[in-house]
Structure formats: C-alpha cells, structure tokens
Design a protein around this ligand. Structure first.
Ligand SMILES: Nc1ncnc2c1ncn2[C@@H]1O[C@H](COP(=O)(O)OP(=O)(O)OP(=O)(O)O)[C@@H](O)[C@H]1O
Ligand SMILES: [Mg+2]
Length: 515
C-alpha cells in the first residue's frame, strides 16, 4: 500500500483524506470512515497530526502533517497494547472475529479533541472488519491465482501431450472452429501454424477437400456420435503417402450433446504397403504351389506330345522317301511341334528343379559352376538381353560346401536385381575371387552399373517384403532369402553402392573343408 508523503503545511483534513485514499485499497468502507474523520478534524481545527496503521506485517500507512513524528520503533509495542488515550496520542486496537489485526494510531500535537477521538474510535471500529475482509480477499486472490496457475499448467501439459503424439491432430467445435491444432499439423510444406489455425473455421484452413464434403463428414459424426475412419492418399509432401483419418466425437459428459470432434491423421504408408505385399506374397506362394502342381501334371503329356511329334516327323520323312506327296506345311508343322515341345520341356524342367531347390542338400563344388548355370538360365530373359556381361574367375578360388540349388538361387536373385537396376544399359560383371580370411575364403561379387541404392534405402533392402519395384513386379523377398541362405552357409552378404554409379553385392563364404 502506498504511504502518503505529505509536507508540513498539509492541513489535517487533507492528510486524513490522503490516508483515506491510501487505505481505499483496503475497502471502500475505509474511505468513508476517513471522510468522516476529515470532517471532524476540519470542524475542530486540529493542529499538526500524524496517523499510522500498524499491522503484524509492519507499518501499512504512515502519514503526517507538520513536524510531529513517532519513530516506527515506538509504534511496534502499540500493536500489543490495549486502547490508549494519552496526551497527543490515541491508539485503537483493530479486532475482528476475535482476532487482533493491528492498531490505528493518531497523534495530534496539543492534544486530540474529544470529538476527533470519538470519530477516530468509530473509524477504528469499522476499519477492523474491513481489514479482515481485505485479508480474506487477498487469500481469495492468492487462491484464484494458484488455481489459474494450475489450470495453465494443466493446459500446457495437455498441449505437450497432444504435441508429442506421433499423429497429426486437430479439434473443431460445433461451429467447425479449430480449438486444438497440434505441432505435427504445423509440419511439412503444407503445414499451417497453430496461431494461424486456432479460431478459424476448418474450411478456411484445410483445402484437401471441398468445404461441403468436409462439412458433411463432420455433420455425420456429430449426428451419429459414432467414430469414423477412412484412408486417404495424398501427395502433399511430394511423394504419395497414405493416411488413416479417424474422427472421434467428443462430449463434455455422458448424455450431453457432442460438442467437439477430434480428427487424427496417422501415416500408414509403410503399414499399408507391407500388408499389401504380404497379401501379394501369399497369393504368389499359392500360385507357385498351383503352378508347381500344374507343371508336374503338364510334364508327362508334354513328354507324350514330344514323342508323338517325333514319330510323326519320322513317318512323314519316310513317306516322302517312299515317293508319297507330303505337303511341305505338314512337315514344317510336325518339326515345329517337335522343337516347341522340347522348349516347353526345358522350361518345365527348370521350373520344377527350382520348386525343389529348397531341400538344400550340400555338395562340394566350384562356385563357378553355379554362376555359369545361373547366367545360362537368365541370359535369354529380355531384361538381360541388352546388357554386356563379363565373368572373372580367379583360378585359386577354393571350392565351397553348399547346396548348389540354393547358391544358384542366390546368384540368380543378385543378377536379376542387378539387371533390373541397370535399365537395359551397361556392363554386368560377376567375379569370383579368394579372400584372405579362411572363414570368408570364397568371394563372389555381382557388380552392376545401375541406379545405385540411396543410403536411406540401404538398411532396408534385406528386410523381407522391402521392394521399390512397382506393385506386382517385386515381392521384396529376393534379398532376404539370399541373406538367410548365405547365413545358413556360415557366410554373409555385403553391399557397396553409389547412387547413379552402381552397386556391388558381395557374398563371402567359407571354403569347403580340405579332405
Ligand atoms: N543391384 C541393385 N541396385 C539397386 N537397387 C537394388 C539392387 N538390388 C536390390 N535393390 C533394391 O533392394 C530392393 C529389395 O530387393 P529384393 O531382391 O529383396 O526385392 P525385389 O527385387 O524388389 O523383389 P523380388 O526379388 O522379390 O522380385 C529392391 O526393390 C531394390 O530397391
Ligand atoms: Mg529381387
């Protein structure tokens, strides 16, 4: 509370009015009391005077006119004393609700006139409850302050929670106004800052869909009170991503109308892609089984066709030799049948051999042989046709003890990947050399001049189902199978890659035990 600073010429009634003003903060009643005292003082023409309000916290008001002064030290005992009327001094205790709240002290040089004492006593009497009230209201204010601080903290905590969620989230009210907008919604090139979003209608901020559609979506949730979920494709960040959008109706309490809707957006691109791939792989596996069964069924009629065609060709040749007229197109047709049937048998044979490659019986052999086999099988494929291939075998490469079928599968998978990365140009190199470490005595490298693998992709390529090839083109299983086959053989696979320059896949295997 301000302490009234007055000079010596200040008239007592001005002094009291100022004290009243200073005390006004303690309640309107104080000012009224002082007003009364002011009148009384003026009426009695009192001389120099001083006035103090002392509380346990110290001197709250000290005001004086003229030279009269009482040092604070002298006032302290007055707080403890009873009511005093002694020469120039009048002391009145301030008691409210049985509690001692302080003392009001008046000093008028030359004695305090009797009516001033009366008025002063009345003031003290009324000031006490005012002080008590002020004290209480201070407590209320402090409590209100604390509540406000608590609320602030709670609000901050909720903001932090909402901001820490790995999803984007916003909340709208019944008027479609945005009341919560989390940090994740601020991120990205299309992000909108919280300051911009809060208080605006959703339609002013979100432009992913026409306002009418957004409004219909929200109205539906408000009307039914049921959560809604759907997937949404977007290219907002430049690349295609899938978001799962969930709209949750919110009500203040059970039975009350829904007041807000929480909308959550989760990036489920990877999840969706993985489940699609698993589905595709399952389909492929089922198809593979079907195909293997079908191949086995086809193999024997194919054999009969080949034999029948052979017999037919020989018979036609014989008839011709005996002078019969055999039309050329009949001979050609029989020969074509023989040739194509042989080709079909070749394909069926290879496929059946592949289907049974899983049994993994081990043998000791030179890796060069499986590399040659793999190349022989792959070269006719269109993806290899435009490529130049070169093969280097160091003569001192030790033999391996491995499943030839499985190792061939690995080399083929690596060659296939290499060719697919090269986009029909450049040279594909396969190299077999010996390593210095006996546990890695055999090294096979498949070196391409393809697109290379970005660092961010490198750590994923051996994961099952990881593929960058379009739907239906890659299962993403090639490298993960390679990895597990090589690991089962006690070896490992390494990759060096530079984007735009090419990749080297390196298989390191132990040599076969020396007999
Ligand atoms: N030589 C390479 N050059 C560039 N990228 C490669 C190469 N080899 C593999 N990759 C990357 O690694 C991913 C995973 O390869 P992986 O062989 O496991 O599956 P895939 O080739 O996509 O499918 P699948 O082998 O089942 O046909 C590929 O999609 C490709 O992005
Ligand atoms: Mg592959």
């Amino acid at each position: 509370m301000a302490i009234a600073q007055l000079d010596q010429t200040t008239a007592p009634h001005v002094l009291l009015a100022d004290v009243a003003a200073a005390l006004a903060a303690e309640g309107d009643i104080v000012r009224k009391c002082m007003h009364v005292l002011d009148h009384v003082t003026r009426a009695t023409g009192a001389g120099e005077c001083s006035l103090w309000l002392v509380t346990p916290q110290g001197l709250v008001v000290a005001a004086r006119a003229g030279t009269a002064a009482t040092p604070a030290a002298e006032l302290a005992p007055l707080l403890e004393s009873g009511d005093v009327e002694q020469g120039p001094l009048v002391v009145r205790r301030l008691v409210a609700g049985g509690r001692r709240l302080g003392a009001l002290v008046l000093r008028i040089e030359g004695g305090v006139p009797a009516d001033v004492v009366t008025a002063f006593s009345a003031i003290a009497h009324m000031l006490a409850p005012a002080l008590a009230w002020a004290e209480q209201s201070r407590a209320f204010v402090a409590e209100a302050d604390q509540r406000a601080r608590q609320l602030d903290e709670e609000r901050r905590l909720i903001h932090q929670v909402v901001d820490s969620l790995p999803v984007s989230l916003y909340v709208v009210d019944r008027d479609y106004r945005i009341t919560v907008w989390n940090r994740k919604r601020e991120a990205g090139s299309q992000g909108v800052s919280r300051e911009q979003a809060l208080g605006k209608t959703l339609f002013e901020i979100l432009h992913r869909a026409p306002a009418e559609k957004l409004r219909r979506e929200l109205d539906e949730v408000f009307r039914t009170g049921r959560m809604q979920q759907f997937n949404m494709e977007t290219r907002a960040t430049g690349e295609a991503r899938t978001y799962r959008i969930t709209k949750i109706p919110m009500q203040a309490a059970e039975g009350e109308p829904f007041s807000h809707i929480i909308t959550i957006g989760e990036d489920v691109t990877e999840l969706t892609a993985t489940s699609e791939r698993i589905e595709r792989t399952e389909q492929l596996a089922a198809l593979g089984q079907l195909a293997t069964g079908a191949m086995a069924e086809v193999a024997s009629p194919l054999q009969s066709i080949a034999e029948a065609a052979e017999t037919l060709t020989q018979s036609l040749d014989e008839l011709a030799r005996e002078g019969a007229t055999v039309p050329d197109h009949a001979t050609d047709a029989a020969r074509t049948t023989v040739r194509e049937a042989a080709r079909c048998r070749g394909i069926v044979g290879t496929l059946l051999e592949f289907a049974h490659a899983g049994d993994g019986e081990r043998a000791v052999f030179e890796v060069g042989t499986v590399i040659e086999q793999a190349l022989a099988l792959l070269r006719p494929l269109p993806v290899f046709a435009p490529l130049a291939t070169q093969v280097f075998f160091d003569p001192d490469v030790p033999k391996v003890q491995a499943s030839p079928a499985q190792l061939r599968q690995v080399v083929m998978a690596l060659l296939q990947n290499a060719a697919e990365a090269m986009d029909a140009k450049g040279t594909l190199t396969i190299r077999a050399r010996s390593g210095t470490d006996p546990r890695e005595a055999v090294i096979v490298e498949v070196i391409d001049e393809g697109r290379g693998i970005p660092r961010s992709e490198l750590r994923h390529i051996f994961e099952p189902f990881y593929t960058t090839k379009g739907p239906g083109r890659g299962t993403g299983l090639g490298l993960s199978i390679c990895h597990s086959i090589i690991a089962r053989h006690g070896g490992r696979i390494e990759v060096d890659s530079a984007v735009g320059a090419g990749s080297t896949f390196r298989i390191l295997l132990p040599g076969a035990p020396i007999p």
